[in-house]
Design a protein around this ligand. Structure first.
Ligand SMILES: N[C@@H](CCC(=O)N[C@@H](CS)C(=O)NCC(=O)O)C(=O)O
Length: 205
């Protein structure tokens, strides 16, 4: 009898990937419902960071991967432009990733159950339709562009760990050629390759 977890498997972890790409930090899922962790992130999920060396020497606590990306970009002065129009273009796609692309993970739980136990779920069709809509938006956004906001930015970092799982989401990538090319472009970046190996993985996702 196949073992089925009640929640999505811990190895399906695009949110912490977003942070390990630029930051190489990762919390352990075992601890994220413990009181000390909830005091840092009331949402009880990974990732979150505590920077003891924040601006003015203050300790800064940040949860939600999108907020962490903004914090790290501002701290490093990279991957988020200061000029308003360019900055907003990055933030448009960052929030799109946090608000929409993140939902591509919802169907994966049921896809894994179907794969491991042959169990169908009515939600799968709805999830598939929404996932294809999201890939369509990305494909249009990437028309004539190398990266989501022209230059490589935290928007790409936020989107990539989800889209990188396109096989798991049962997406026909050839239908989205701009996304396919962008995936190859982002995936070829040495820092992205290093980030995806933290922690080391052999799950093929
Ligand atoms: N909106 C949050 C989502 C965080 C999230 O869902 N994290 C998952 C891993 S990808 C998690 O902590 N799962 C463990 C759990 O729910 O207990 C973010 O972007 O940081």
């Amino acid at each position: 009898m196949p073992q089925i977890s009640k929640s999505p498997p811990t190895y399906y972890r695009p949110q912490p990937d977003k942070v390990s790409l630029p930051n190489r930090s990762l919390a352990s899922l075992r601890f994220c419902k413990w009181l000390w962790y909830l005091a840092i992130n009331p949402n009880g999920r990974i990732p979150c960071i505590v920077d003891d060396d924040g601006p003015g020497g203050k300790t800064v606590t940040v949860f939600e991967s999108g907020a962490i990306l903004i914090y790290l970009a501002e701290k490093s002065g990279r991957l988020l432009p200061h000029e308003t129009a360019a900055r907003m273009e990055v933030l448009n796609w960052l929030f799109f990733a946090s608000g929409h692309i993140t939902h591509t993970g919802l169907g994966v739980h049921w896809q894994i159950r179907r794969r491991d136990a042959g169990e169908e779920h009515a939600y799968l069709g709805v999830a598939q339709e929404e996932n294809n809509r999201v890939y369509g938006v990305l494909n249009r956004g990437l028309e004539g562009r190398d990266y989501l906001a022209d230059d490589y930015s935290i928007a790409d970092i936020s989107a990539y760990p989800w889209i990188y799982r396109w096989r798991m989401q049962e997406i026909d990538l050839d239908s989205y050629p701009n996304v396919r090319d962008w995936l190859a472009r982002v995936g070829a970046r040495p820092a992205v390759q290093r980030g995806l190996q933290i922690p080391p993985r052999d799950d093929g996702l």
